[in-house]
Design a protein around this ligand. Structure first.
Ligand code: XMP
Length: 318
């Protein structure tokens, strides 16, 4: 956490200068996630060292619907040197049979590191690994009451890579990262995006992760997100999520009994993710969303809205 008032212009200018000085002509590798944090790191480094920044964007199959394609296109528009790696099958294989949230995070994190390492090794003469770690990641991962959730983007650096670590945002809160992104010319598509966890929909798909469940969740999540955007609510919410709840309940469609899964919807406001309050959304809006999801997503016959705050709940269900 930095001291004093945060002025985005000053932060950007001094970071670029410091990165330029400390990195010189070194090659830096950066894993992009499609989120605002790693995108801001990418632009800072792009301005500081240009094409010596080599970005890698791994598709773990747990991204939002069409996210990989959309994000790759945007990154290329910024002129970033970015390699997209499709690896969904490896992640699904690694998660087979795992139901415990922390073990899932570990399996996803380990596979991510394996895939990332393979790609990183192909980058010749790399000296540094850049990461979009921000202050709440560090604070929550090292709470004196023990680890709450092992956010995989902290402390996951494998020794054998022999790379130094560059974390230009590590003393910033999320809103400060967004302000810095604006100064760097990041467009609204990135700036206004809700935070999205590293393990992606993996921690929103309760129990075992399968491609079938993820496909259902992606459809429901898209309907939820599109509705929020169309209603002008997306920008007013800090983080929204759809969660696949693998509990079958009885329903009825066209007079016939159904026995299908539950989708939970979550919408919270927060400043730094350490605490979060539920956003009271209009009833008519929620009614439209539940109808859109149940009508259009095969395998879902019930939608619930999560009214729990953090604490005592957390934002993600796993
Ligand atoms: P929780 O669920 O702990 O989430 O209240 C707080 C914030 O952290 C995000 N989150 C994660 N981010 N890897 C990440 O990179 C993770 O494993 C992870 N778990 C939670 C969550 O989306 C929220 O913004």
């Amino acid at each position: 956490m930095h001291n004093g008032t945060f002025i985005a212009e000053e932060f950007v200018a001094s970071s670029i200068k410091e990165l330029k000085e400390s990195l010189g002509n070194d090659i830096v590798i950066l894993g992009l996630s499609g989120g605002v944090d790693s995108s801001v790191v990418a632009l800072l480094l792009h301005k500081a060292i240009g094409t010596n920044l080599q970005c890698i964007f791994v598709d773990h199959g747990l991204l939002r619907k069409n996210e990989f394609e959309d994000v790759m296109e945007s990154y290329k528009k910024f002129g970033l040197n970015v390699k997209g790696v499709r690896a969904a099958d490896r992640f699904f294989e690694a998660c087979k049979g795992i139901t415990d949230p922390e073990l899932k995070r570990k399996a996803i994190g380990k596979t991510f590191i394996d895939v990332f390492n393979e790609e990183a090794r192909k980058v010749e003469n790399a000296k540094w690994l850049a990461q979009g770690t921000i202050w709440p990641d560090i604070a929550e991962s090292h709470s004196d009451k023990g680890t709450i959730k092992s956010h995989h983007n902290v402390g996951g650096l494998p020794e054998e890579m022999h790379l130094g670590l560059v974390e230009p945002l590590k003393y910033l809160y999320k809103f400060e990262v967004r302000e810095a992104g604006k100064v760097l010319g990041l467009d609204d598509y990135f700036l206004g995006r809700h935070p999205f966890p590293g393990p992606g929909l993996g921690v929103r798909c309760l129990g075992e992760i399968t491609p079938e469940k993820i496909a259902i969740l992606q459809e429901a999540d898209k309907i939820w997100t599109d509705n929020l955007r169309e209603a002008g609510l997306y920008e007013k919410i800090w983080q929204a999520a759809a969660i696949f709840v693998p509990v079958k309940t009885t329903g009825v469609t066209d007079g016939c009994r159904t026995y299908d899964n539950v989708i939970a919807l979550r919408a919270v406001n927060s400043k730094d993710a350490v605490t979060a309050q539920v956003v009271p959304l209009p009833w008519e809006f929620l009614d439209k969303v539940q109808n859109d999801i149940i009508t259009n997503v095969k395998g879902v016959n019930r939608v619930v809205f999560d009214i729990s705050s953090k604490p005592q709940a957390t934002i993600e269900w796993e």
